[in-house]
Design a protein around this ligand. Structure first.
Ligand code: F6R
Length: 608
């Protein structure tokens, strides 16, 4: 959703806060703002649009000398993208400013009450309500920390907030409830941010704040307390291993392209330390203490749910575990969650903060299920609340559209299949060494293939960029990749695209096919090849143009062939995935779309 940052230190705060916001812009980019205390008064600067608009505005004003400040980059929830709804929001008395990521669910109730007490609102946001509630609480409790906690205790919902006041110009307060917030511990300076890359150039030492915690921060101190009763909390400082370089573009035109090209490394890193002589050739210590699930419900959203669908094929084939894949936003509201003995839930989330997935996890745990988490972001809410967590180790994914995260999720799902299959005695040594041999060969193979695949994507995008609709077809383990291809195309290039199981076409969708409605078919050299070929012929019979991703030497009746390296069937998804990603990337870039920050989207969807 939105990105928030707070800084207390020895450097000029405003430029530093803006610099940090740049590294969080993937979280929201419809407006932004900063606040500090200047000559004893709260000073707020806000702008609609991207951060460059804010920078332009700031450049027209006298520079600030403040060394404490905070900022916000917004993805609209309450209220349209507009300056009046941009953060920071100030209290009616002008003494406090607040930035907020999340949603205060009972804000209307509070707003009505405050209005009855004479408060006036200038925005449509729940944030302005909260900052005025703090002002109201200060009437009976002048201590800022206590008033802040009192207001937060009245607010229901999800938030990460940062507060500054006129009376303490060198202090900021921050708090979290179901939205990410990390404290960065520096030397003579301290930070908070919605995500670590914001302050990573300045410190690697972090405290992952927990839900229900708040912190008072100065340049030389931080005190973490419980919001409920202000009881002190012993904060644990951890060190981040990855570096700034991993969160920068490294010469690529966009983060998305860089992240697609990082997939060989993601596979290599994901395999490191995971291979062993037993248990299907795979070691997953995280799962050693748990039984092998009798059934598995995989719960996720968007791209992560496509990874789950892909993993189902592997888990069923190798470990003989019956799997169902559920969309988290549906699962969390199911009338009943029915579990069979030994069944487990696996939640998949790159960010580890997706609100629907987190809520599904909580509901499943309340119902007594053991929940496994598959996450990329270390210390994220889903990672911390799962009974066991497997990290995908893909490094920071900055582009809003998820790419390398899906690759890393698929890898871990393949490893889990081998591991559980091994524990059940289902994976014999020849199957095991064949699978591991293929997995180990993937990084090198992809490193060689990706530049050529990129070229092919460039050529095809020029040919098909004028299409307004697309079908993506795949069967079996390629069906989830068809869904992912369609999702990528629509979210990046705003071209309407639908993914279908190839055999479903003739049950309705084929009615749409004509010469202006192309199809992207995944047609690999495997046991389903004859079936997919027939489906392609059916499309062509309606004058539909077809791009077919296929293997060398396969005779496919398509207008455009895209030959990808041969990988044994079940793992072929690892080469199909970059093909669909690169095609969407090139289509969007050629059409002049904002690839890394597509309209209306945010990286981490921490609201329902
Ligand atoms: C698509 C995309 C989204 C996410 C979804 C879940 O490119 O990025 O569909 O996959 O919002 O996010 P995570 O995996 O963070 O739970």
């Amino acid at each position: 959703m939105c990105g928030i940052v707070g800084y207390a230190g020895h450097r000029p705060a405003v430029p530093l806060v803006v610099e940090e916001l740049h590294r969080l812009e993937y979280r929201g980019y419809d407006s932004s703002g900063v606040a500090c205390v200047q000559q004893g008064r709260i000073r707020v600067v806000r702008a609609q649009g991207k951060l460059s608009q804010l920078e332009q505005l700031l450049s027209q004003q006298p520079p600030s000398t403040a060394t404490t400040g905070m900022g916000h980059t917004r993805w609209a929830t309450h209220g349209a993208p507009a300056v009046r709804n941009a953060h920071p929001h100030t209290s009616n008395d002008g003494t406090m400013a607040l930035v907020h990521n999340g949603i205060i669910e009972n804000y209307l109730e509070i707003k009505n009450d405050l209005q009855a007490r004479g408060y006036v609102f200038h925005s449509d946001t729940d944030t302005e309500v909260l900052v005025n509630l703090i002002q109201e609480c200060r009437k009976s409790e002048p201590d800022i920390q206590k008033a802040f906690a009192a207001a937060l205790n009245m607010a229901h919902g999800a938030y990460a907030v940062c507060l500054m006041t006129e009376s303490e110009p060198d202090v900021f307060y921050a708090a979290r409830m179901s939205a990410p917030l990390i404290l960065g511990v520096g030397t003579g300076e301290n930070f908070v941010a919605s995500d670590i890359p914001a302050f990573l150039p300045y410190t690697r030492r972090v405290v992952f704040l927990e839900d229900g915690e708040m912190v008072r921060v100065t340049c030389s101190s931080y005190e973490v307390r419980k919001i409920a009763d202000l009881a002190p909390v012993q904060a644990r400082v951890e060190t981040i291993e990855w570096d700034v370089q991993a969160a920068q573009k490294s010469g690529y035109r966009h983060f998305m392209l860089k992240e697609i090209f990082e997939q060989p490394k993601v596979i290599r890193d994901g395999l490191t330390g995971r291979l062993s002589a037993d248990r299907g050739g795979v070691t997953l210590h995280e799962l050693d203490g748990l039984p092998v699930p009798s059934r598995l419900s995989i719960v996720a959203c968007g791209t992560s749910s496509h990874a789950g669908m892909w993993g189902r094929h592997m888990l069923e084939a190798l470990a003989e575990i019956p799997v169902q894949v559920e969309i988290a936003s549906e699962y969390r509201y199911k009338e009943k969650l029915l579990f069979q003995p030994g069944e487990m839930v696996l939640v998949i989330s790159q960010s580890g903060e997706t609100a629907d997935t987190l809520a599904a996890l909580r509901r499943a745990r309340e119902c007594g299920a053991t929940v496994l988490g598959l996450c990329n972001v270390v210390g994220s809410s889903i990672a911390r609340e799962s009974d066991a967590v497997l990290y995908t180790q893909a490094g920071p994914e900055i582009s809003v559209a998820s790419t390398k995260a899906m690759c890393s999720q698929m890898l871990l799902l393949a490893l889990m299949s081998l591991y559980w299959g091994g524990r059940k005695g289902l994976v014999d040594s020849s199957k095991c060494s064949a699978m591991l041999g293929t997995l180990l060969s993937l990084p090198g193979m992809l490193e060689k293939a990706l530049p050529e695949m990129h070229e092919r994507a460039i050529t095809l995008s020029r040919k098909y960029a004028q299409s307004r609709n697309f079908f993506y077809l795949g069967r079996g383990h390629c069906y989830p990749l068809a869904l992912e291809g369609a999702l990528k195309l629509k979210e990046l290039s705003y071209i309407h695209a639908e993914g279908y199981a190839s055999g479903e076409m003739k049950h309705g969708p084929i009615a749409l096919i004509d010469s202006t409605f192309p199809t992207f078919a995944i047609c690999l050299n495997d046991e389903l090849l004859p079936k997919v070929k027939s489906n392609i012929v059916e499309v062509q019979a309606r004058q539909g143009r077809v791009i077919a991703v296929t293997n060398a030497g396969v005779d496919v009746p398509a207008e455009d062939l895209w030959v990808v390296p041969d990988v044994p069937s079940t793992l072929a998804g690892f080469v199909v995935l970059p093909a669909v990603q690169l095609f969407s990337y090139e289509m969007a870039d050629y059409l002049g779309k904002d690839v890394d920050q597509p309209r209306n989207l945010a990286k981490s969807v921490t609201v329902e």
